[in-house]
Design a protein around this ligand. Structure first.
Ligand SMILES: [Zn+2]
Length: 304
């Protein structure tokens, strides 16, 4: 009976291993499901491994980044690639109109950057804001709102009516860190034990939400051959979410010269030095901090 009471009408899909070399969320989910004697479902939670082929190889992906493969285009040049087909399979099985429909997708990731436990949102969907505010209210997590970035699209959670990424770091790729595993388990237990109904959400809502809005990403300084010739400055390493202003150091070049931030407005950098983003020509992303009152409409959209 108690279990029934705790069951939510919202079905939540928990995805681990969307990136095959981010192994701590995979371990955390396996530990969580084992302790609940189930592989596939625990109360309102369903579980799936995002990219089994990449997981078996210890790679971020096989052909293309799965977390950029949920394109809305009918005809896509990538349609024969493994991850594109996998994305289609996941939506057909667990999408809102799928065989085992889920209302919400929560995609578990790790980063090599010192982001702590954080939330990544894509765009300004009201239901996402609502879920993010519940988590921020409960755990005080920072929120990175990724929007208006034409170079990066097709994120997994965008294929569900509501969805967020939980991003925890720093941890190296393919390295098991029990502290990181523990942080994922705290989130999973909260999701398992929370009834996402009107009463409970109102109870959990804070009046304000603070989030960090994506402004732009910057690449490493490079030489004429496009080779990186400056690394993250020692004063910038592990300083994710910490404000920078004009004149603050960003990079240290091979000759020991400091390259500084030269724009007039203050920004908060995130994903500083993320290993997986070198191939995307991203050394860090700049964000702007925003705080706003939580409108009622968010809860209405979430509860729809
Ligand atoms: Zn990832």
């Amino acid at each position: 009976m108690e279990k029934l009471l705790k069951m939510s009408s919202k079905k939540i899909l928990i995805v681990s291993g969307t990136h095959g070399n981010e192994i701590n969320p995979i371990w955390a989910v396996d530990k969580f499901t084992k302790s609940n004697n189930s592989n596939l479902e625990v109360n309102n939670l369903s579980f799936v491994k995002g990219n089994p082929s990449a997981i078996s190889k210890g790679l971020r992906y096989v052909d293309i980044d799965l977390n950029r493969s949920f394109s809305k285009k009918v005809k896509d040049p990538n349609e024969n690639l493994y991850e594109f087909k996998r994305a289609k399979f996941l939506v057909e099985k667990y999408g809102i109109n799928g065989l085992m429909p889920c209302n919400i997708a929560i995609d578990l990731h790790t980063t090599t950057s010192s982001m702590g436990t954080s939330i990544v949102m894509y765009g300004r969907r009201e239901a996402d804001f609502c879920l993010a505010s519940i988590l921020q209210n409960k755990f005080g997590l920072p929120i990175y709102l990724h929007e208006k970035d034409i170079n990066q699209t097709g994120f997994l959670v965008e294929a569900w009516p509501c969805g967020l990424v939980i991003e925890i770091g720093p941890v190296a790729q393919n390295y098991y860190d029990p502290k990181i595993v523990e942080n994922f388990l705290i989130i999973l237990e909260f999701l398992q034990n929370t009834e996402f109904n009107a009463e409970n959400i109102r109870f959990n809502s804070s009046s304000e939400i603070t989030f960090f809005v994506h402004q732009k990403s910057i690449d490493y300084p490079r030489d004429e051959d496009k080779k990186i010739n400056a690394i993250i400055h020692p004063m910038r390493v592990n300083m994710d979410w910490k404000i920078i202003q004009k004149g603050d150091p960003l990079f240290l070049d091979i000759e020991g010269k400091t390259i500084t931030y030269n724009e007039s407005h203050k920004v908060y950098p995130v994903f500083i030095g993320e290993a997986a983003y070198q191939e995307k020509n991203i050394a860090m992303s700049f964000t702007k901090k925003e705080t706003m009152n939580i409108p009622k409409s968010w809860f209405n959209s979430f509860l729809l």
